[in-house]
Every structure is written in C-alpha cells, then in structure tokens.
Ligand binder design. Sequence first.
Ligand SMILES: Nc1nc2c(ncn2[C@@H]2O[C@H](COP(=O)(O)OP(=O)(O)OP(=O)(O)O)[C@@H](O)[C@H]2O)c(=O)[nH]1
Ligand SMILES: [Mg+2]
Length: 322
Amino acid sequence: MLLTDQHPHNKSIMVAVLGAPNVGKSSMINYLMGLDLSVVTHKPQTTRNRFHCVFTVDHTEVVLVDTPGIHRSSVEFNKRLNEQAREGVEGADLNLLLIDLTKELLVQVKDFVHLMEKELGRTWIVFTKADRIENSDALPLEEVFEHIQELIPNAKRYFLISSKKGTNMHELTGALCDTATPGPHMYLDGSVSNKNERFFASEYIREQAFELLKEEIPYEVAVLIDEFKDAADKGAERQAHISATIIVNRPSQRGIVVGTKGSMIKEIGTRARMKIQAMTGGEVHLNLHVKVSPRWFKNNYVLEELGLPRAHNSARVWRAKK
Ligand SMILES: Nc1nc2c(ncn2[C@@H]2O[C@H](COP(=O)(O)OP(=O)(O)OP(=O)(O)O)[C@@H](O)[C@H]2O)c(=O)[nH]1
Ligand SMILES: [Mg+2]
C-alpha cells in the first residue's frame, strides 16, 4: 500500500530483528512500540511467523520485522521457521542482531552467521537482558564488538539494552529515527502491523497454551482460527465471535489441553479472551475446540495454513496446495 497524501517531512525505515530463540526480540519490539503486540513467553521458539510491527515518531515510521529465532535443526517445521527469519532481511534497510548477554556471546554470533547462509547488510548489534548482569556497564563490549565485526563486516555499532528496565531504549529509538530516510510511509497512521486481528487472536491463544502447558506439548500445539465474526449493531460496542481450533499431535494431548472437567481449555480461553478484548476494544466471545492431527508439523497443508511455506532446504519437494 503506497499512501497518496504523504507529509513532505515523512521518513521511513524497515528494520529486521534477528537472533537466536529467546534472546528477547519480541520483548524489545513490544517495548519500542509501547504495545504488547508480539507474543512473548519464557520458552524458546515462541514466535513462528515473520511480521511487521509499526510505530511512528513525529513524521518517522519505523517498521520492525519480528522473526522466529534462528537455530540449528533438521526438523521440517524448524527449517520453515528459520526460513521465515532468513527472509526477514529482504527489503530491510537495517538489521538488528540481538545477542543474549547471559549466554556465550561469540557462539551466538557464529551460529547465527552460519545459519543465515548469506552476508548481512548494514547491521547493529543489540546486547539484551542487561538487567540480568551485575554491573553490565563494565563488560568489555567494545572488544567483543571488534570480534563480531570480523564475523559480520557490516556490523556498524552496538547497543546494550534491557527490555525489562527500558535501559537505552530511548537511545535506540532515536538512532533508528535518525537513520530513517526521507520517503513515503508504508502504513496508514495508526496501523500497527501487516497482520490482521485474526492472526493476533490465534497468537494470543497459542501464547496461553505455551504458558500453561508443560514439557513438549507447547511445541506440538498450533492454533487455527475457524471463524472471526464482527457483530456490532449501529452505535453499540463492538462484539467479536471467534471460533478457534487448538491442534495437537497425539490423542493423549487432547485430554491434557482440555483438562479435568475442561479446566485447562477454560483457563486458556479466559486468558486469551482478555488479551483479544484489549486488542479489539470490545467484547469477545471465544469458542475453543481441540483437534488431534497426528504429525501436523510435517503436514504441508497445515504448515501452509499456519503461514509457513516450504524452506529452500525442506526435506522433499512438497506439492503446492491446489
Ligand atoms: N530479565 C530480562 N528478561 C528478558 C528481557 N528481554 C526478554 N526477556 C525474557 O526472555 C524471554 C524470551 O523473550 P522473547 O521476547 O519471547 O524472546 P524472542 O527472542 O522473541 O524469542 P523467540 O520468539 O522464541 O525467538 C521472556 O521470558 C522474556 O521475558 C530483558 O531485557 N530482561
Ligand atoms: Mg519472539
């Protein structure tokens, strides 16, 4: 969408947000936006799709591309997640590579460079979770950054942030805005994403499943929205009727997701509904079902429906859905 009546002072920048699972990509994006848009949990591999998160400061539009954490795996599902991340750099003016300060720093960079399989354009390094390190200002980051530049020649500068405390977020926002170039905005004022409410509704349901379910189950759960109907009478508050299916891998998981006398699915639904209501600004009626779909994470049709097309290194040639 190119908007016609653009302000002459408009500027814009598209920024790919990259890094290993759980480094704090979505948390940073939410903090910069001032909105709990992207799903965050304490478990790795929370984000599964690449999408735009948009905010504006005065006349400057910043489009942050959230991506799944890139990681080593030979599993088809993970290959597709990695591909989402790899494609995140396409069209970006700048990459932010996030590095978790609580883990081995250079190992993260080496793994990332290896998995990206292509040279990165202009990149800034963002060291995350500064609040978890005692005296983080004393870290030899200048030295680490020099090593990183040997691995990523286009790494131009670095930041030390905490999304929990807001450390240096103002500086990061300022630097992004200063780097934006004059040009039209991609999004209308007030738009926050290229994904619709239907997508975020499924994300908020999955977020609760991720938080509430244990062991391998969160990774074997997917959510599909069957119906998203708006039924607001003229002048009345908006009402959304949503039906969604929680897909599980094995029959035994159905009972766990439903819970004793339906307690678990009720809890997932109640929590997700609150968050969806905050998004739509109206009442939400949420109907959840559980469906067993064995090995859905290997099923091309399901994966495509989840917005995960085949990767360049997918195990076999998948036939496109007719
Ligand atoms: N203490 C602290 N925890 C953080 C910070 N940033 C993120 N976290 C925590 O780290 C975990 C992962 O955060 P996410 O934002 O989901 O990480 P991500 O990189 O988007 O992860 P994936 O989507 O799985 O790739 C969550 O438990 C966050 O609360 C931070 O600055 N400080
Ligand atoms: Mg994420």
